[in-house]
Design a protein around this ligand. Sequence first.
Ligand code: KG4
Ligand code: ZN
Length: 343
Amino acid sequence: MKLLGIESSCDETAASVVEDGRRVLSSVIASQVLEHRKFGGVVPEIASRRHAEAIVGVVQQALDDAKVTLKDLDAIAVTAAPGLIGALLVGVNYAKGLSYASGVPLVPVHHLRSHVAANYLTNTELKPPFLCLVVSGGHTHIVHVADYTQFHVLGCTRDDAAGEAFDKAARAMGLPYPGGVFLDKEAELGDPNAFSLPHPTVDGSPFDFSFSGLKTAVINLIHKSTQKGEELPRADLAASFRRAVVDCLVRNVMAAMRETGEKKLVIAGGVSANALLRRELEVICRENGWEFYRPELALCGDNAAMVASQGFYEYQAGKRAGLDLNAVASMDIQADFVNKSVR
Ligand code: KG4
Ligand code: ZN
């Protein structure tokens, strides 16, 4: 089965054709990152406009690269939630138009579920059940993936997402957007023990996270030194901050692995590209006899191959959308899209 995936939830317009949920035939990504960098973060209004300009060409390129036409497709999978609403609407409406014109069924996909599915493309032998740490710009979840379309959230952040904390701390350090990427690189050059930073816990909820105190601690350190006219060693600060975030992520994930007795650990989302997180979990999983899976770097960030992969499993589970499909800005990973008018 061949599926076209379409992704426009944030600042990447992407389309991809994937066979049987596992084999990438094409993957095209038009990134807006350089445009948003001028503003230090994503400007939603600009994102929507750029998606509207790019989407026709990106989808056509994905079909051409895969050497298929709309007639060869079994389904069109589109990210319908969660994300920036104006950005999501561009992809959803374009997918609806394609589905209407071609008669190819439409499958709505949850963005975080698709990040998990990026692992099926890199690790073709991986099958649920497993435990997954989903770490993106807007979300930090520990999820039990019971089956391809069955998710149970064990813990999540009570305030900032890990990616958001990385981005805000990086911005305070004067690093460009997207901060997490640059902070990770800077941290490779520094001493992780140079600064002692808090490792917040959530009372009574060992699988939940809190990153806002840690983020504020590092921002306060920077402000105080600026007031005194001093400059802190940026690489050491980045390394200490990255160490603290990764310590919190690893601490809770290990607790969840022990509690559930799962033997497979998977990471997903933009922050799964983090070099220290990947190294740490690799070692810990080896020591504990757990299997460890992570997406290849090119599939950690937003892309449409992961949408087509998850779309395949949603399709197999009978999920479809009608032409009244709407985009939703926030939606639980456990929830299903409401099927109103399926053609
Ligand atoms: O999953 P993603 O591409 O978009 C969302 O769905 O949010 O995640 C983007 C987030 C940003 O916060 C970005 O700074 C962060 O992932 N990120 C990283 C790294 N690469 C991307 N954070 C830490 N280390 C990285 N290497
Ligand atoms: Zn994402």
